[in-house]
Design a binder for this molecule. Structure first.
Ligand code: ATR
Length: 528
């Protein structure tokens, strides 16, 4: 099982100890990043293992390796020697590990470390990317004794992550650490066990200290949300693919449910630049189910072995899982079955219509007229459901032809987000549904419908759930409209996904809890 290493990057020893004490219950090993300490503090590193009271890694990271040590190599060797000097017979008072780069060449220092039982982590950092000859590099770095090989590389693509994963599998070292640094590599830190890593590095991000390296996860999230210490070979892996995937509620939702239900499973964010590459990796990581989000709901279609009628008619898929007896495609004429295939489902549709009907307290939309703002993937599912429920609608979008394309499928009206479009709304304003990404993330103050004045009688739904109140929804609420954000819908569609993944429905009391109190909890977690 992999260990959690808390990276300590404060400027003083005192502050590092405060942080360590606060997060001690999550921490197996601490890494003292001496390069982050103020220079006068560096004089006192020798006592740190005794003060820490758990195994500590001594690391002085150079700036070329992504660290903060700007001095010369002589000064660094001197500091390392200071940390390893006066070794105590009781090994708990010594550094348990020392991180030494592959090109470090001071045999006497290494010899001293070995003599007193300090394990060497032989490390390579590549801030530019994954080297072509990564397997050869890993082979050369494996030295005699009980050294740990550590390869950390900045990954720019999912293909880089694949390379790192293969290199890790090929490395026969007993203890190794393979880390994919950066946005696309975040899951190599959560799934350290699958990547064969001896430990994963994390930071106390909520303490306003800098992360030890790009992409490190908050130590509390790692331990509590992802239940890192319970991840074993048997743990079933699920996740969400998308890009950039910064505001997805799904990891919180699924991991909370798995935790409450005591299910041996983890749900991981899989940001990716390539669906094809990720699907290759997903097979190797034995991923059992995926949520699909922006911008891959259509791109995923060619990779499916079979798809549900909803996916077929809408042309967008937000859920995939391995085909089972019911979902397997019919055998080809030669009778040959494909060995493995993904089945695609769309839970956005039912999640949306369940949420809308409960919001307007109706069984269908007959005699109701609707304005749909936006004409992307989500709007497709929304329009299909409004048509199915008997409503009439217009679709308004910045790019008018996209609105027209969807609207013509259902004989709906269409228009732009301009004064003409807004004029059309006077006959379609029982319900207004905002599906565009305007206002998402709370990064700006944009309102996609600023030309429209609410009468106060409209029922207004904004499918964005972070922030909970977009400028658009706020304006509607101020005008007296009944409003709802997208949290209810996203939880409903996630519950349906849970059914696809697990084969059984989510317990209703769990749904109620998540839907009534989860909104606040999640938003608190998200905003730190
Ligand atoms: P999704 O799958 O979430 O619907 P999408 O397919 O990328 O995502 O669609 C995003 C929607 O938000 C589109 O309707 C887009 O309008 P365009 O079709 O004109 O691109 C809309 N959108 C994004 N940014 C916008 C902006 N600044 N103003 C108005 N509409 C915007």
């Amino acid at each position: 099982m992999s260990k959690i290493c808390l990276c300590l990057t404060a400027k003083t020893i005192k502050r590092n100890l405060e942080i360590l004490n606060k997060y001690r219950k999550y921490t197996d090993i601490a890494e003292l990043r001496v390069d982050c300490l103020d220079s006068d503090e560096r004089l006192y590193i020798r006592r740190f293992p005794e003060l820490a009271g758990l195994p500590v890694i001594l690391t002085i990271r150079r700036d070329i390796d992504g660290g903060h040590f700007m001095g010369g190599e002589g000064a660094r060797v001197k500091l390392l020697a200071r940390g390893l000097a006066y070794a105590n017979d009781d090994s708990r008072f010594n550094f348990a590990y020392v991180d030494i780069e592959e090109d470090f060449d001071v045999p006497s220092l290494e010899e001293a470390a070995r003599t007193f039982g300090t394990r060497i982590i032989r490390s390579s950092h590549n801030m530019q990317g994954v080297t072509e000859d990564i397997n050869e590099k890993t082979r050369i770095m494996q030295r005699a004794g009980n050294e740990i090989v550590k390869i950390a590389a900045s990954v720019k693509t999912t293909s880089d992550v694949l390379k790192m994963y293969h290199a890790s599998r090929a490395c026969k070292c007993k203890d190794k650490i393979f880390i994919c640094m950066g946005h696309y590599g975040i899951y190599s830190r959560i799934l350290a066990e699958r990547f064969g890593s001896f430990l994963t590095y994390s930071s106390a991000l909520s303490e306003d200290e800098k992360p030890g390296a790009p992409g490190q996860i908050d130590v509390r999230d790692l331990a509590e949300l992802y239940r890192f210490k319970k991840i074993t070979k048997k743990t079933k892996v699920y996740g969400v693919i998308g890009n950039p995937l910064k505001t997805s509620v799904s990891p919180w939702f699924f991991n909370t449910v798995f935790g409450l239900e005591n299910t041996d499973a983890v749900y991981v964010p899989f940001p990716t630049d390539s669906v094809n590459d990720f699907f290759e990796l997903a097979r190797e990581l034995d991923v059992r189910g995926l949520s699909i989000t922006v911008p891959y709901k259509e791109a995923v279609l060619p990779l499916l072995a079979n798809r549900s009628p909803a996916v077929q008619s809408i042309g967008a898929c937000n859920t995939v899982y391995p085909c089972n007896n019911e979902t397997y495609p019919k055998p080809a004429e030669d009778g040959r079955k494909i060995p493995f295939g993904w089945y695609g489902e769309n839970t956005d549709c039912t999640g949306f219509s369940d949420s809308l009907l409960s919001f307007v307290n109706k069984k269908n939309l007959k005699f109701l007229s609707v304005t749909i703002i936006g004409a992307g993937g989500v709007a497709r599912a929304v329009a299909a459901e409004i048509f199915r429920l008997g409503g009439k609608a217009i679709i308004l979008n910045r790019t008018v032809f996209k609105a027209k394309n969807i609207a013509s499928l259902y004989k709906f009206g269409w228009g732009g987000l301009d004064s003409q479009g807004v004029e059309l709304m006077s006959k379609y304003n029982d319900i207004i549904i905002q599906t565009s990404s305007v206002g998402m993330g709370g990064y700006n103050n944009e309102d996609p419908l600023e030309l429209y004045s609410f009468t106060g009688k409209e029922a207004v739904m904004d499918l964005i759930y972070f922030p909970p109140l977009t400028p658009f929804l706020k304006r509607a609420a101020m005008a007296g409209c009944k409003t709802i954000n997208g949290y209810d819908m996203v939880i409903r569609q996630a519950c349906l996904q849970y059914g696809c993944f697990m084969g059984n429905e989510i317990p209703s009391q769990l749904f109620t809890w998540i839907n009534t109190t989860g909104d606040n909890t999640w938003n608190r977690i998200r905003t730190g």
